[in-house]
Design a protein around this ligand. Structure first.
Ligand SMILES: O=C(O)CCC(=O)C(=O)O
Length: 199
């Protein structure tokens, strides 16, 4: 499988690994169809005293009790793993050695859906989490930068896997910016660890 460590001499060293063809063509179409049918919801976030819709749809699946609160505002309670999602989790673990207890889905319906600069550093994931991110559907720009540094752009392709290694969330921020281009639906699945006690 092609693997890009993203450590070429000319580019900044990034604590990520990109696998453009992680999923095979047949598999990726079936998974995309499965993911369209997940329990997507519109969540609301409270920021600077205002409540606003999150600019994308979200869903969460995982181990019972592995609830997830982000930005001190959006509370997600996992639904039980679907067979397709747990199979995918196990494949990523087999490749990377990282273990995951939840998967958070993001559905970007058009170019106006996005996620702003952030690090995934919620305490519920434990120290220095490894996060694995699957992309399905339309290609969107993903940017990552060292805190206070310059961004590097990636185009996350249909069927690809991006692994953010332990430490990445302490030193780097990432985002999927809005775009004026006409783009179709993109689904992103981020597999994450969780410190919840029940297995
Ligand atoms: O959609 C993506 O590729 C990134 C998602 C993300 O940054 C997140 O869920 O924290």
């Amino acid at each position: 499988m092609q693997q890009l460590n993203l450590f070429p001499q000319s580019a900044p060293v990034l604590p990520v690994t990109y696998y453009p063809d992680f999923l095979e063509r047949q598999q990726v179409s079936e998974l995309y169809q499965h993911c369209l049918k997940l329990e997507w919801q519109q969540n609301y976030i409270r920021m600077v005293g205002k409540t606003m819709p999150v600019p994308r749809l979200e869903c969460i699946y995982g181990d019972q009790g592995c609830n997830y609160l982000y930005s001190n505002s959006v509370f997600l309670r996992p639904l039980p793993w679907t067979e397709e999602l747990s199979n995918l989790r196990d494949r990523i673990t087999a490749l990377t050695g990282y273990k995951f207890r939840i998967v958070i889905g993001n559905q970007y319906r058009s170019g106006t859906d996005s996620i702003g600069w952030h690090a995934d550093n919620e305490a519920s994931m434990g120290l220095e989490p490894a996060i694995a991110s699957i992309s399905l559907g339309s290609c969107r720009k993903f940017q990552i930068k060292p805190i206070g540094g310059r961004p590097t752009d990636f185009w996350l392709e249909h069927g690809s896997l991006l692994v953010m290694h332990p430490g990445c969330q302490s030193t780097h921020l990432h985002q999927v910016p809005k775009t004026n281009k006409v783009v179709g639906t993109r689904i992103n699945l981020t597999f994450r660890p969780h410190t919840g006690s029940r297995r």
